[in-house]
Design a protein around this ligand. Structure first.
Ligand code: PRT
Ligand code: MG
Length: 225
């Protein structure tokens, strides 16, 4: 396989990457919302897009299913930590912060739960999250005792049903928390999407990969405020 494969996830990552690709002169020739295809051609004969789940992007790039990908820092850190690597995924080169799909990772609780007091008293807090590794690290760094409950979606429901006292989730506008009467009590980190590249591909496909990375770097710096 000589061409390049770019892994993207449907939804905000795809939608926010499209304008950057366009600035780099690349058009994706099919709309993933209208087609069931998982491999999408582009106007560059040597470049195709594969659609994978957001949390599968690092895996695809790491094991050679794709040469490059776009993944949220949340996904990258959680993936890396799950494999025992602090600060990012294994063997993945991260040349660009694309500055897209921005949000923050936060701790949120029900408005009637006194988080500062619970933390201060050293009580055990039940925390529901999709980001078990990141949450464990965060609370361990603060010396807060937590019981973590792994969820795969709709974390907002956990404090409302009594499943947990708190959640660790992504927040962008804050309207999901608000609609569910939850309040953000701690901001863990700022999140944005990163370009990730397989070091093997960078060696073997340097002549095609390097210009793509440079063009995307140019495109996202133009878009920056
Ligand atoms: O569904 P699947 O498990 O396949 O993947 P995913 O749900 O992680 O994918 P997707 O497309 O929802 O998110 C892809 C990436 O977008 C994430 O990994 C983040 O890096 C980034 N991103 C940016 C966000 C948000 N903003 C965001 N607001 N991902 C999720 N949210 C959710 C959040 O979890 C919460 O439920 O949106 C809700 C909050 O939004 P506000 O605007 O109401 O605050
Ligand atoms: Mg989602």
């Amino acid at each position: 396989m000589n061409g390049l494969t770019l892994a993207l996830s449907k939804g905000r990552i795809f939608d926010d990457t499209l304008p950057l690709l366009r600035k780099a002169g690349i058009e994706v020739l099919e709309d993933p919302e209208k087609s069931r295809k998982l491999i999408l051609p582009t106007n560059r004969p040597g470049l195709r897009v594969v659609l994978v789940r957001a949390s599968d992007v690092p895996t695809y790039v790491e094991y050679g299913g794709a040469d490059v990908g776009v993944a949220g820092l949340d996904v990258l850190l959680e993936h890396g930590a799950a494999w025992g690597h602090h600060g990012g995924a294994t063997g993945l080169y991260q040349p660009l912060d694309l500055g897209i799909a921005r949000c923050r990772m936060s701790v949120a609780v029900r408005a009637d739960f006194n988080y500062p007091v619970a933390v201060q008293q050293g009580s055990r807090i039940r925390v529901a999250t999709k980001y078990v590794q990141l949450a464990r690290q965060h609370f361990a760094d603060k010396g807060v005792h937590v019981d973590l409950i792994k969820l795969y979606g709709s974390m907002e429901l956990a404090p409302l049903t009594g499943l947990a006292d708190a959640i660790v989730d992504l927040v962008s506008t804050g309207s999901t928390l608000k609609a569910n009467q939850l309040v953000e009590v701690e901001r863990i980190m700022d999140i944005s999407a990163r370009l990730i590249v397989s070091p093997a591909a960078l060696k073997l496909k340097r002549e095609t990969l390097r210009p793509l990375i440079d063009a995307l770097g140019q495109a996202c710096s133009e878009g920056a405020p």
